[in-house]
Design a protein around this ligand. Structure first.
Ligand SMILES: O=C(O)CCC(=O)C(=O)O
Ligand SMILES: [Fe+2]
Length: 125
């Protein structure tokens, strides 16, 4: 499996949201990636689920955020969990920008693991 051959770079723009209580933002999900590496500005809004609670991912200047994706969970046989996350509607008067780089496995249409006692069966994409 060539883990880093398929890459997608996204530029995401979150304008100020005047009615955040009526807006979903980016709904809770896990990334269907191996890894997601993201830079973001200082506005914030990204949250990860930890011990059943939503926790803010506080932006740190010069730092990248790295999410373990679904494929990492699969090939690690559940040792590393794909992180559930969401983005709240932007309450700041300034727009927010994030730039995630998504790393997907490439070169095969389905993936499984060779260890005994796999927790996951094959996954088609
Ligand atoms: O903009 C963010 O902070 C996260 C975006 C995200 O979760 C995604 O694109 O999958
Ligand atoms: Fe995501």
């Amino acid at each position: 499996m060539r883990c880093t051959e398929s890459r997608i770079l996204l530029g995401q723009f979150y304008p100020y949201c005047p009615q955040p209580d009526l807006t979903a933002g980016i709904v809770p999900h896990t990334d269907h990636t191996l890894l997601t590496v993201m830079v973001q500005d200082q506005i914030g809004g990204l949250q990860v689920k930890r011990e059943n609670k939503w926790v803010n991912v506080v932006p740190v200047e010069g730092a990248v955020t790295v999410n373990v994706g679904d494929f990492f969970q699969i090939i690690s046989n559940d040792k590393y969990k794909s992180v559930e996350h969401r983005v709240l509607p932007n309450r700041s008067m300034e727009s927010r920008i994030s730039v995630p780089l998504l790393f997907h496995p490439a070169g095969a249409n389905s993936y499984g693991r060779r260890q005994n006692a796999n927790l996951f069966s094959r996954v088609e994409r």
